[in-house]
Design a protein around this ligand. Structure first.
Ligand SMILES: Cc1ncc(COP(=O)(O)O)c(C=O)c1O
Length: 388
């Protein structure tokens, strides 16, 4: 082994998908192209002003400039518990059932650190958020079983395809990358299967508020208390850069997560957490969606419709998603080939294969461009008649 050779565990992790796309896009930009970007899932819309104002105000206070606790500030934990009451009617104990996280990504990783031993099995849906099968599995020397999600099953994980005896199962609806959504009856099936098989259910609900057409995303905790759910301020409030999320669930799971985090971080900045309290306070007494979020979602909704309808006119078979800001479709050729063709005409998309080997032919497009630019991208696709 040479001095700077990476550890075996790191070598097993594929390069992060978006690094490659960013490089290709930068090259085109240098050539003078106006790149229309449907790549990474980072909202382009701003954080509501009142949340930013709160952050600024709180950052001036000396007490808020110190270390937080890795479990998070109690007032934010309480605000999260209150939000669960208003949004889902659930009683959550802020002291034992909530942990504040530095975005949900770290919690998705750390929960495996806390509960999975080497050689044990983690079930990750495929396609899926890369961290489940990547760092969460590899850094624990665990074994990942990727269970394919299928178009004919509306991209819902079928528990009959899952191996028994697994330690942990990651599940995510509204889903990245497919935009698929589920109902509570489906969640109950998965929950019951996990109960029967002694498998920890890790429910990634990062997109719970990014929904359309009257659809309401359920919480796994509505089914029962024996699971852990991850939530995020990133997509709901466009706060990706604030790095703020939460985990809510069974006290033993939360205790393990807190212990693990206690060794790794000192919590999200306190002033960011105070901004999080402000954000959650915008929800109504019965969980009504705040006006600022409704406005955001109206923008994404119009973009989603423009893109889906435009792609349909070009001959693609595309479902109108009820959640997330992703549009997912089969492009009729290898994903990489399509991605390259799109880059050639100044449009960035994400190949489905980046989310799962079984997604050859699929493409994800994120509606983080305004409607006019979506139309421009569709026009470029039409002009370059490479699509049959
Ligand atoms: C399914 C899913 N879970 C979790 C995350 C992480 O979000 P954050 O760490 O910003 O809360 C993302 C981000 O794109 C995601 O798509």
């Amino acid at each position: 082994m040479t001095k700077y050779e990476q550890a075996d565990r790191l070598k097993q992790i594929p390069p992060y998908l978006f690094v490659r796309l960013e490089k290709l896009s930068a090259e085109k930009k240098e050539q003078g192209w106006d790149m229309i970007d449907f790549g990474i899932g980072d909202p382009d819309l701003p954080v509501p002003d009142c949340i930013v104002d709160e952050l600024c105000k709180q950052a001036h206070i000396n007490e808020n400039q110190k270390y937080s606790s890795s479990a998070g500030e109690r007032d934010l934990r309480k605000a999260v518990a209150d939000w669960y009451k208003r949004r889902y009617g659930l009683d959550i104990d802020p002291d034992t059932q909530v942990c504040i996280t530095i975005g949900s990504k770290e919690a998705i990783f750390n929960i495996a650190q806390a509960f999975v031993n080497g050689g044990e099995t983690i079930i990750a849906p495929s396609p899926g958020y890369p961290v489940y099968s990547g760092a969460a599995t590899v850094f624990n020397e665990a074994k990942c079983v990727k269970v394919p999600l299928k178009a004919e099953n509306d991209w819902l994980l079928d528990v009959n395809d899952c191996p028994k005896g697994a330690r942990m199962l990651y599940l995510n609806y509204p889903n990245n990358p497919t935009g698929a959504t589920c109902d509570i009856a489906y969640l109950k099936k998965v929950y019951d299967w996990c109960q029967q098989n002694d498998t920890i259910l890790c429910y990634d609900n990062a997109y719970s508020e990014m929904v359309y057409d009257g659809y309401q995303a359920p919480s796994a905790l509505e089914v029962g208390p024996d699971c852990i759910e991850f939530g995020s301020f990133s997509k709901t409030f466009n706060m990706t850069g604030f790095r703020l999320g939460y985990a809510v669930g069974h006290p033993d799971l939360i205790a393990g997560l807190k212990k693990c985090k206690g060794q790794m971080d000192s919590g999200a900045p306190i002033f960011t957490q105070k901004a999080g309290i402000k954000a959650l306070s915008l929800y109504g007494p019965n969980g009504e969606t705040p006006e600022a979020i409704a406005k955001n979602m109206a923008v994404y909704s119009e973009r989603r419709q423009t893109l889906v309808n435009g792609l349909r006119e070009l001959g693609f078979d595309v479902k109108m998603p009820k959640g997330t800001f992703y549009v997912w479709f089969n492009c009729g050729m290898p994903s990489d080939e399509f991605t390259q063709k799109m880059i050639d005409i100044g449009v960035i998309v994400t190949p489905g294969t980046g989310f799962g080997e079984n997604c050859e032919g699929y493409i994800r497009m994120t509606v983080t461009e305004p409607v006019e630019r979506i139309r421009k991208a569709l026009e470029r696709m039409k002009q370059n008649k490479y699509i049959e």
